[in-house]
Design a protein around this ligand. Structure first.
Ligand code: CTP
Length: 443
């Protein structure tokens, strides 16, 4: 069966990419790919690189994720391959896939799967699978540019296999589905279409855009689990500059399908734009990473009241903490900015005002304010006040002769306040401060 298809691959290809591969991939990985082909040959199988890696190779974009598809028993092949390379293997039998554990120093991922066809028992279901020739494995995929393969089999190593005009669509910069029902089978592809279009500055093929609009009219998202929609949203909101993605989702009517009040206005667009600097400032000042998708989402959700927000979080399986942050962001960001305006504020007052808020709410406040004074105060809090901790603790108080009591936390809090206000530098200063203000310690 497989030999017959081998013939097909040769016919489908007029181009050999060996030199391009050699230029783009380090020699040690190249060696692994050659080995991959030889092993398949010895086992009577065929093996191919497929999907995103091939797309990015032709686009000249770096990609470190190699997906291999095997015509034959993919897991059995992966086991032999791992043995040959002397690395371990993680197998997901239920999906017919395996991951080579190449280790950190390789900086490459190799996934291996059995070439298969997919059935969607009903729209938006998780597909059922069975082994099939490569052409069918490629046909079940999302877009033509993601449905190309490169042969690793010794007789035609490096041949580009392009049954569906992917190369042409890369030239024309088009995101195009392989069949009309694609978005009905898998509605998450609607998000992927927007993501690829914006990331690579492609445009949607005319029919593909029609299929998206039709799928949305048929309310395909209703059949999709909340978690799957949430994951797609996160991926888009984590892109470097998601404004254009979001604008596109708004214009295609995707946002309002997620929630009728989810929308993009020019004011929100401006906030999203200002968030780029606010996020960068936060990460530099604190040395912490933030969940930028969460702040960005809170901007899009601004028009929802608290109950609507709670329903939204339930529908899309947000965690309790994420829900709390989204609600705080929408209700408190303005308030934070207002309160920070008063002319005279001690550092400790700034600290206690900002300390209860999640970082996402502070970032949003930073993006929204114009006042230089307020901005300075938030920066001061993040770069300095937030990091202040006392040298002394309850044990030190005991050593000083104080008997443990609820008063401890009061004493420590007052000491911290003094430290925030710049009155204490060293541990000795702190001890001295306690002695002076709370007596000898025989209370
Ligand atoms: N794929 C698909 N439909 C989906 C998800 C994935 O057809 N809903 C196929 C595409 O062929 C894709 C491949 O599976 O190229 C790998 O998927 P993934 O790793 O999610 O995407 P990449 O194309 O590698 O894109 P990214 O750069 O965003 O990881």
């Amino acid at each position: 069966v497989y030999k017959a298809f081998h013939q097909h691959h040769i016919e489908a290809s007029s181009e050999n990419l060996r030199h391009l591969l050699e230029k783009k991939i380090p020699p040690r990985i190249m060696k692994i790919l050659v080995e991959a082909g030889k092993l398949a040959y010895d086992m009577g199988f065929s093996v191919f690189i497929v999907g995103g890696f091939v797309r990015d190779l032709l686009l000249g974009v770096e990609n470190l994720d190699i997906d291999l598809v095997v015509e034959g028993d993919g897991i059995f092949y992966a086991q032999r391959f791992a043995e040959k390379l002397g690395v371990s293997l993680t197998v997901h039998r239920e999906f017919g896939t395996a991951i080579l554990n190449l280790g950190e120093q390789f900086k490459f991922h190799i996934d291996i799967a059995t070439s298969r066809r997919e059935y969607y028992p009903y729209p938006a279901a998780l597909p059922q699978v069975e082994p099939a020739p490569l052409k069918e494995d490629l046909f079940r995929r999302d877009f033509t540019v993601n449905a190309m393969a490169i042969s690793l089999n010794p007789p035609n190593f490096g041949n580009l296999i392009d049954f569906f005009g992917g190369k042409e669509d890369i030239k024309k910069r088009k995101v195009k589905v392989l069949y009309p029902k694609s978005f009905i089978d898998d509605p998450t592809r609607i998000f992927r279409a927007v993501r690829f279009e914006q990331r690579y500055k492609f445009s949607l093929d005319e029919n593909t855009e029609k299929f998206i609009r039709k799928a949305l009219e048929e309310k395909v998202f209703q059949r999709l689990s909340g978690t799957r929609i949430k994951e797609e949203l996160i991926q888009i909101l984590e892109e470097d500059r998601p404004e254009r993605n979001i604008r596109r989702m708004h214009n295609l009517g995707i946002l309002k399908m997620i929630h009728p009040k989810l929308s993009l206005t020019s004011r929100k667009e401006k906030t999203l734009d200002q968030l780029v600097d606010a996020i960068a400032a936060y990460e530099v000042l604190t040395g912490e990473k933030t969940r930028r998708w969460l702040v960005r989402l809170s901007v899009l959700l601004e028009d929802l009241d608290e109950q609507e927000m709670k329903n939204f979080c339930k529908r899309y399986s947000f965690t309790r903490e994420e829900k709390r942050i989204l609600i705080t962001c929408s209700s408190k960001a303005k308030e934070i900015a207002e309160k920070l305006k008063s002319p005279k504020m001690k550092p400790s007052s700034i600290y206690y005002l900002l300390e209860p808020f999640p970082s996402e709410a502070l970032i949003l406040a930073m993006a929204k304010i114009k006042s230089k004074r307020v901005m300075k105060r938030i920066h001061f809090y993040l770069s300095h006040l937030k990091k202040i901790t006392l040298e002394i603790n309850g044990n030190d108080l005991k050593k000083m002769g104080y008997k443990p009591s609820p008063k401890f936390s009061y004493i420590l809090e007052e000491t911290k306040k003094a430290k925030l206000n710049g009155l204490l530098k060293t541990k000795e200063d702190e001890i001295e401060f306690v002695r002076k203000n709370f007596g000898k310690g025989d209370t």
